[in-house]
Design a protein around this ligand. Structure first.
Ligand code: MLT
Ligand code: ZN
Length: 467
């Protein structure tokens, strides 16, 4: 039975109020894509459930009438995981966004999937606690999307990924069942923990509608140091020197072209006059005056070794924020060049090999194109962004980059690394999943999807290659 778009909208209208179903061109355009901008949006409709029961009703409708659903959070993703390009119905979590009072005894907070990350961080902070998962898009990304992509960000070196902060999940599977996973428990050894299957599942198993998040104590007086590095090889030596004296909250790196772009287009101030080919941004807790002494000693050693050519340290919260902009503003600033994003990783110890392999590919294949390097290098995670030359069509640019990326992915495979460190597989990395996962793992992933989504209605074309 093939059911028309009009009938589908009519059926959805039985489960939801008219205001909860949008089909106007602006909504279709806005909710049909994420920040990737590589796939033209073409959803059939956007629906706005207000609670878990309404998500169940939408799934039942989709199973009965056989149409596909795309879960949608803040759509800040960078792998095309939330794109709806083939007449799917987008299920926005915007209205499931309540934040319950912080539970100070459990040190948790229970939130709707549509809660904005920054609002959750604020709620924790108002209660004297800290939700440590943070990134530049926290003002618009939603918790459900963070969980569905196991988002990383700038504090992973200290606090880990989103997965480490989820104590409980409510999900609606592709069969329309509601599962309450782990129920906020700190200890629960009762066999398989499905919570971890849904974290990072990119909407192919079910909808996350609610989450209980763990909270912790805030870090003491976070202080930022920006270092100019003499060359790429200095990055890990500097990390080793500083980390051996002080535990770090963040260790980020970026190239001079990244700095030039944020200075020119985002009005960010340079950290110092000296231009270095690469920079490191280090954040640490300022425990007492001994911290300063230890850090100065480590930086001096790095200068003696000629790894570091200049340095600046924040003296106030405002200065720390200003220095962070050098790193956090890169992604949004370069988005105007529709960058092709490589989000890759190796173990931290193999980062020097990763950098030299990737550098060789860049020199050979992109001699005339602008290449912006940055990343959470202290976690082994490198973001390599190729900027689209103005005269090239998006499809041609993507095809050209895809060819080159296989050389990078070959190198990653040899190092036992990942083709998607934190952005997820989505549609863009789906053809390359086998560079990181074995055939047996991919078969098992497909079998698990069949259990939770037997009709294949959830986020089709994502994670698994269709070609
Ligand atoms: C970042 O680290 O800035 C984010 O992952 C976004 C990006 O890679 O562009
Ligand atoms: Zn990142």
């Amino acid at each position: 039975m093939v059911i028309s778009s009009i009938d589908i909208i009519h059926e959805l209208g039985k489960a939801l109020t008219p205001e909860q179903v949008a089909i106007d061109p602006m909504s279709l355009e806005n909710y049909g894509q994420d920040w990737t901008r590589f796939t033209p949006p073409a959803p059939k409709a956007i629906v706005f459930p207000r609670n878990t029961a309404e998500v169940v009703a939408i799934v039942e409708c989709a199973r009965r009438c056989r149409f596909a659903l795309v879960p949608s959070g803040g759509r800040t993703g960078l792998s095309g995981g939330a794109c709806a390009a083939n007449g799917e119905v987008v299920v926005s979590m915007d209205k499931i966004n309540a934040i319950a009072p912080v539970n100070l005894t459990d040190r948790t907070v229970t939130v709707g999937a549509g809660a904005i990350t920054q609002n959750v961080q604020q709620a924790a902070s108002d209660a004297g606690l800290f939700y440590p998962v943070d990134f530049a898009s926290s003002g618009s990304s939603q918790i459900g999307g963070n969980i569905a992509t196991n988002a990383g960000g700038i504090n992973v070196i200290r606090y880990g990924m989103t997965r480490d902060w989820v104590a409980g999940l409510t999900v609606v599977t592709g069969k329309g069942e509601i599962l309450e996973l782990n129920k906020g428990l700190m200890k629960n050894n009762t066999g398989l923990d499905f919570r971890h299957l849904f974290i990072g599942s990119e909407g192919i198993l079910g909808f996350i509608t609610e989450a209980t998040l763990k909270l912790t104590s805030p870090p003491k007086d976070p202080t930022v140091l920006v270092l100019g590095l003499s060359d790429m090889n200095a990055i890990m030596s500097v990390l080793g020197s500083i980390q051996s004296t002080t535990p770090l909250l963040a260790y980020e790196f970026f190239s001079e072209l990244a700095v030039a772009k944020v200075v020119e287009h985002a009005g960010v101030a340079r950290p110092f006059e000296t231009r270095a080919p690469f920079y490191a941004l280090v954040e640490f807790e300022h425990e007492n005056e001994m911290t300063d002494a230890r850090i100065f000693e480590a930086v001096e050693k790095c200068m003696d070794e000629a790894w570091v050519v200049d340095a600046v340290m924040s003296q106030s919260v405002a200065q720390a924020r200003a220095l962070w902009r050098l790193r956090e503003d890169i992604s949004e600033t370069i988005s105007q060049w529709t960058p092709y994003k490589n989000d890759i990783s190796s173990t931290v110890s193999k980062v020097p090999q990763l950098l030299s392999a990737v550098n060789a590919v860049v020199h050979e294949n992109y001699p005339d194109w602008d290449v912006v390097w940055y990343g959470h290098i202290g976690d082994g995670n490198l973001h390599l962004n190729i900027l689209k030359p103005g005269n090239l069509r998006i499809e041609d640019f993507k095809a050209r980059c895809n060819e080159v990326s296989t050389d990078i992915f070959d190198a990653i495979k040899k190092l036992g690394g990942s083709v998607s460190a934190e952005h997820g597989v989505g549609t863009l990395k789906a053809p390359y999943l086998n560079y990181t996962k074995s055939d047996s793992e991919i078969d098992a992933m497909r079998a698990i999807k069949d259990i939770f989504d037997p009709d294949g209605i959830l986020n089709p074309g994502k994670v698994f290659s269709t070609g």
